[in-house]
Design a protein around this ligand. Structure first.
Ligand SMILES: *Cc1c(COP(=O)(O)O)cnc(C)c1O
Length: 369
C-alpha cells in the first residue's frame, strides 16, 4: 500500500547502543526520560526496549503519561512524574505506585498527609531548585525543611533531585555553581535518608564529568540520538529517519513561482517534487524555514518556497529517481542528523524531535523481542 504520509523510522538498536554508551560513561545504569511519548518516538516501545537492557527508572512529565506506562512497563519499573501529582489525584498516584516529584513545600506536606491518612509508605522524589528557577523548592526552603525532619520523613523521600540550566554549554560557570549547591543538598539528604538516591544530570550533564553523576542520571535526548554537545565527542548513534513520499513530479516548461507568497521563482527546465508533509507535521522545525534541504537517492535536494501545511516542494533537478519502488525524500537521518538541523536552524534538538509527533507512520527497526 502506498503510504500517503511520511515514514518515521526509529532504530531501536541505536537506542540500545546509546543507553549502553551512557551506562558505560556512568559506570552504572541511567534512568530513561520518556516524557512526551519519548520525545515523539513512542514511549511504550522505547521504554520496553530500555527495560530489557536493564533500565528500571523512567521519568514522565504528567500523571496520565505515567499511568499509561504502568500498564505497559513491567511491574518492577520505577515511574516518576516530573510535574508532580495534581491536586486530588494523590490516591491514583498511590494506587499506580507512581512516584511524584514534589517541587514545593506544600506538595511535600500534602503527600505526607495523604500517605498518613491512607496508612501507606508511598515514596516520593523531592526536587530542589539549584539555579534553574523553574520547578523545585528553594535552597532557603530546603534549609528550613532540614530543621523539620518529621515533615520530610512523612513524604517518604526516595530521591532528591535537581536540574541543570546550562549543561549543554560545558564551560558555563552555572554548571559548577549548581553542582556545588546540589552537593550540599545531597550530603544533608544522605545523612538523614541514607537509602535515598540523588540525581542531577540530564543528557548534557552526564558529559560534564563524574562529579555531576551522583546516584542516577536522567538522560532523554542522547538516548534518541541527539548529541548534547554538538560537534564534540561523544557521538550518539542516530536513531530517527524521516522520509517523505513524493506525491507529484513536475518539469517546469517556463519560469515559475512556487508556493504561497510566490517567494521562490525557478527557471524553465527545473524538475520539482511535491512531497507529502508540511508544517502540520512539524516540518518547519525539522527542515527549517530557510535553506532547508533533504536527500533523494543520496543527492542533496533543496526546499523551494514556503513549506505548506501538508506538502513541501523540493528542487530535484539532476537527482536520480529510484527505478523501482516509490520515490522518497529523506529529511532526517544519518546524513542529516537532529543536531545538524538544530545547529543550522536554531531550533532546539528537543523541538525537532517532539515536533515529529505529526501524521507519520512509525516504523521500528531492529526490535529485540
Ligand atoms: C526533560 C528532563 C530531563 C531529560 O533531559 P535531556 O536533556 O533530554 O536529557 C531530565 N530531567 C528533567 C527534570 C527533565 O525535565
Amino acid at each position: 500500500m502506498a503510504a500517503a504520509t511520511g515514514t518515521l523510522s526509529i532504530d531501536l538498536a541505536a537506542v540500545r547502543s546509546n543507553w549502553l554508551m551512557v551506562r558505560q560513561a556512568l559506570g552504572k545504569s541511567p534512568a530513561a526520560v520518556i516524557k512526551a511519548d519519548a520525545y515523539g518516538l513512542g514511549a511504550k516501545v522505547l521504554g520496553n526496549t530500555l527495560y530489557r537492557q536493564g533500565c528500571r527508572d523512567f521519568f514522565f512529565a504528567t500523571l496520565p503519561e505515567a499511568q499509561a506506562a504502568r500498564s505497559y512497563l513491567p511491574h518492577d519499573s520505577n515511574l516518576f512524574i516530573l510535574g508532580g501529582v495534581p491536586y486530588g489525584a494523590e490516591r491514583e498516584c498511590i494506587n499506580g505506585r507512581l512516584v511524584p516529584v514534589l517541587s514545593s513545600v506544600q506538595a511535600i506536606e500534602r503527600w505526607g498527609a495523604i500517605c498518613d491518612e491512607a496508612d501507606v509508605v508511598s515514596p516520593s522524589a523531592v526536587k530542589i531548585d539549584t539555579g534553574m528557577t523553574r520547578l523545585g523548592i528553594s535552597l532557603e526552603e530546603w534549609v528550613a525543611l532540614m530543621e523539620r525532619p518529621g515533615l520530610l520523613q512523612a513524604c517518604h523521600p526516595a530521591m532528591f533531585m535537581s536540574h541543570l540550566a546550562c549543561a549543554d554549554e560545558a564551560d558555563h560557570p552555572m554548571n559548577r555553581e549548581q553542582l556545588a549547591r546540589f552537593t550540599g543538598v545531597a550530603r544533608a539528604a544522605k545523612a538523614r535518608f541514607p537509602r535515598s538516591r540523588c540525581s542531577l544530570a540530564n543528557s548534557a550533564g552526564i558529559f560534564l564529568g563524574s562529579d555531576w553523576h551522583f546516584d542516577l542520571a536522567r538522560p532523554g535526548a542522547c538516548l534518541y540520538g541527539f548529541d548534547p554537545h554538538w560537534g564534540q565527542q561523544p557521538h550518539m548513534a542516530p536513531v530517527v529517519t524521516l522520509e517523505l513520499p513524493i506525491l507529484q513530479i513536475r518539469e517546469l516548461t517556463q519560469s515559475s513561482s512556487v508556493g504561497y507568497g510566490a517567494t521562490a521563482c525557478l527557471p524553465a527546465g527545473r524538475r520539482l517534487a511535491v512531497a507529502a508533509g508540511g508544517y502540520a507535521d512539524g516540518l518547519n522545525r525539522t527542515i527549517g524555514r530557510e535553506g532547508g534541504y533533504g536527500y533523494l537517492s543520496g543527492q542533496r535536494v533543496p526546499v523551494v518556497g514556503r513549506i505548506s501545511m501538508d506538502t513541501t516542494v523540493f528542487d530535484i533537478t539532476g537527482a536520480e529517481l529510484p527505478i523501482r519502488g516509490p520515490a522518497k525524500i529523506q529529511v532526517l537521518g544519518a546524513s542529516l542528523t537532529v543536531a545538524e538541523i538544530s545547529h543550522r536552524t536554531g531550533a532546539l534538538g528537543y523541538e525537532v524531535l517532539t515536533s515529529l509527533a505529526g501524521r507519520y507512520e512509525r516504523e521500528y527497526l531492529n526490535r529485540d523481542g
